[in-house]
Design a protein. Structure first.
Length: 228
């Protein structure tokens, strides 16, 4: 079974646009949407925003379902001027942007006794790249950074510049999911659709919401229709 974690339901157009025959499985904490395509079973869940919600959701979906692969997909902000709204990003590495244990000899962004960052160089990422390339989907491969704050030009100075400059995609869930999943043998992939550029004086997250839910939904359908 392949799992999808998305932060919010409004990041897609509708669950019915992904499959017409969705079955729902409800736990005390999360609602899971189960469906099949081409004899492959999928489960999709909305985790809620933030690292704690994402980590809890990741742990439960792994324990509840016999996952072979896990994909986190959704929207992100970016901090590079050459990356545009609706661009598709594949994150090969994820960092924390708001963790500071440097007083104890750790790197900025490194949780004590954990990795400095979390890699995603695996077969799942290779398969997704092949799907994108065969279907002529333009994508960029880059690093992601996760913070529990919605980052804009107004609070950007609170982040460590060294780590901030390494990453291109900024979100509120990916690294927490990556950290939990890294303790298993499950292949993970992180696909982000650009919702806004945090370097712009006027944040356009809401304004751009007309377009990016369609892109997220289309990418989910592309993967579920083609992955093996």
């Amino acid at each position: 079974m392949i799992g999808f974690i998305i932060a919010l339901e409004e990041e897609i157009t509708s669950i019915k646009d992904i499959d017409k025959n969705i079955k729902v499985y409800q736990t005390d904490f999360f609602k899971y949407y189960l469906f099949s395509k081409n004899n492959i079973d999928f489960v999709l869940v909305f985790s809620g925003v933030g690292k704690a919600n994402a980590a809890a959701c990741c742990l439960e979906i792994i324990k509840t379902f016999s996952l072979t692969k896990l994909i986190n997909i959704g929207v992100c902000g970016v901090n590079k001027k050459d990356i545009k709204t609706d661009d598709v990003l594949l994150l090969s590495r994820n960092y924390y942007l708001d963790v500071d244990a440097t007083e104890f000899g750790y790197k900025y962004g490194q949780v004590p006794k954990e990795k400095e960052y979390f890699e995603n160089n695996n077969k799942l990422n290779s398969d997704i790249k092949s799907i994108f390339e065969v279907n002529e989907i333009n994508y960029k491969e880059c690093y992601g950074g996760t913070s529990d704050s919605f980052i804009t030009l107004m609070n950007i100075d609170k982040l460590n510049k060294e780590v901030f400059n390494i990453v291109s995609a900024i979100d509120m869930e990916a690294t927490a999911i990556n950290q939990i999943a890294s303790k298993t043998k499950i292949d993970t992939a992180f696909i982000k659709i650009v919702s806004d550029n945090i370097l712009e004086e006027k944040n356009k997250y809401t304004e751009n919401q007309i377009s990016w839910p369609k892109t997220v939904t289309n990418i989910i359908n592309l993967i579920t229709n083609n992955i093996k």
